[in-house]
Ligand binder design. Structure first.
Ligand code: HEC
Length: 142
């Protein structure tokens, strides 16, 4: 082979090595970042902790302590208490009324109304952003 062709073959070989190296890896990806997870960090993590374990920065200022939200299902016989959680988050300001330094939940609660039908048949008027946080909480239960 003339030297020119050797150079071309070499370039092609290198190109395929680069392509193989860039191909997506077959390993499982970590849990995708959801809108609910991001909203939780914005509105809730300051007290409940970024992992919902109850250890957020403000928790030390809440004399009664901040609950670990990963135990909602285990505290309810292993079933995620969706009626309760949707109601609490929909009426988040009322529910947390006695708690110091509540952030402004406005943007979370301003969305288009949606009717959620809970597992026990209860129908609750809420909105999509609330349901995304509830779905996030459902995913991270112990
Ligand atoms: C300023 C601190 C603070 C912020 C911010 C906060 N919480 Fe709470 N949360 C608390 C405290 C304290 C309690 C316990 C209140 C009680 O039992 O009366 C609580 C209770 C709860 C409960 C009931 C837990 C149970 O075991 O019954 C849920 C669900 C909850 N919060 C969800 C949220 C969500 C979702 C957000 C964000 C949209 C949020 N909280 C933001 C402090 C906070």
């Amino acid at each position: 082979m003339p030297p020119r062709n050797n150079v071309r073959t070499g370039t092609l070989l290198m190109l395929s090595v680069v392509l193989v190296a860039c191909a997506p890896k077959p390993e499982p990806e970590p849990m995708p970042e959801t809108t609910g997870a991001a909203s939780f960090r914005t509105y809730c993590a300051v007290c409940h902790g970024s992992g919902a374990d109850g250890a957020g920065q403000l928790s030390v200022f809440v004399p009664t302590g901040v609950p670990d939200l990963r135990g909602l299902s285990s505290g309810n016989g292993g079933t995620f208490p969706d009626t309760y959680v949707v109601e609490v988050v929909t009426r988040i300001s009322d529910f947390h009324a006695g708690v110091v330094a509540m952030p402004d939940f406005g943007p979370l609660l301003d969305g288009e109304p949606v009717v959620y039908t809970a597992s026990d048949g209860t129908r609750i008027e809420t909105n999509g952003a609330v349901l995304e946080i509830v779905d996030y909480l459902r995913l991270i239960q112990n």
